[in-house]
Design a protein. Structure first.
Length: 256
């Protein structure tokens, strides 16, 4: 594994810190080579185990995570790198984990100059309660998770290296993004555009704002985990597909 690939994964793990404090019972602990994160909200897809050190006993590592979550009566997901974690993927399959979804890992290096944004779009750095409320309202057309989003960004704001941006048109929130810098890498997260405002360049603009925040903080490369819908946008912006996170899970708690 290259040094840059290690930095990208370290950025991803750091970003998961915004999950560990979502609920009052949230917690995280390294169990063998895996970091186990209990979001504390009772939703299995937010309980995550991810490798953070060298794995010598893949099946033992998976069983250790199963025991950790099982004692809490929880099921969970595994976030595994397709190119690096093949022994863990095989061990998880033996333990009856199922493939849930794939997240393409994309990298942009070197970082480009700032992108010209649409004239009607106002970019706002999210600093106070009013901006946070607008940030959470961006997805109100499609979801009713604004309280969850507020909890997540409140935790994220306490992490080192985090910057959030909001895009508004005529005062209304239409798009958002989050950047999380660790070392020379800025991770781009939580990019979202309201359905009625898509195909206007807002997603690219908010992604570029996150990249620029990272560059100003010293980053020389950007990374993200793409959705299928956004993959072509990021490719046009110059991102390269370098790996995939393979997300695996189980439908029932595996109590010991």
């Amino acid at each position: 594994m290259t040094e840059r690939a290690s930095e990208i994964h370290a950025n991803y793990v750091h970003a998961l810190g915004r999950i560990g404090g979502l609920g009052p019972d949230g917690e995280s602990e390294q169990v063998g080579p895996l970091l186990c994160i209990n979001a504390g909200i009772g939703v299995s897809r937010f309980n995550i185990a991810v490798p953070v050190s060298q794995v010598t006993d893949p099946r033992g590592a998976i069983r250790g995570a199963i025991e950790w979550f099982g004692t809490r009566g929880l099921n969970f997901r595994l976030d595994l790198r397709g190119k690096v974690d093949t022994p863990l993927i095989a061990a998880a399959t033996v333990e009856k984990f199922q493939f849930w979804w794939r997240e393409p890992v994309m990298v942009l290096e070197p970082l480009p100059l700032p992108l010209e944004i649409p004239a009607e779009l106002e970019l706002i750095e999210v600093l106070g309660p009013e901006e946070r409320d607008l940030y959470c309202r961006v997805d109100a057309e499609e979801y009713s998770d604004q309280a969850f989003q507020l909890g997540m960004i409140s935790v994220a704001a306490q992490l080192p290296g985090v910057t959030m941006h909001l895009g508004t048109v005529a005062g209304e929130p239409v798009a958002r993004s989050m950047s999380i810098r660790t070392g020379g890498v800025v991770g781009i997260h939580n990019v979202y555009v309201a359905p009625s405002q898509r195909r206007k360049g807002y997603g690219a603009a908010l992604t570029a704002a996150a990249i620029e925040a990272g560059r100003q903080a010293g980053a020389t490369a950007a990374c993200l985990q793409s959705t299928e819908a956004a993959f072509s946008l990021y490719t046009r912006m110059g991102f390269t597909h370098v790996d995939d996170y393979i997300v695996m899970g189980i439908d029932e708690p595996r109590l010991p």
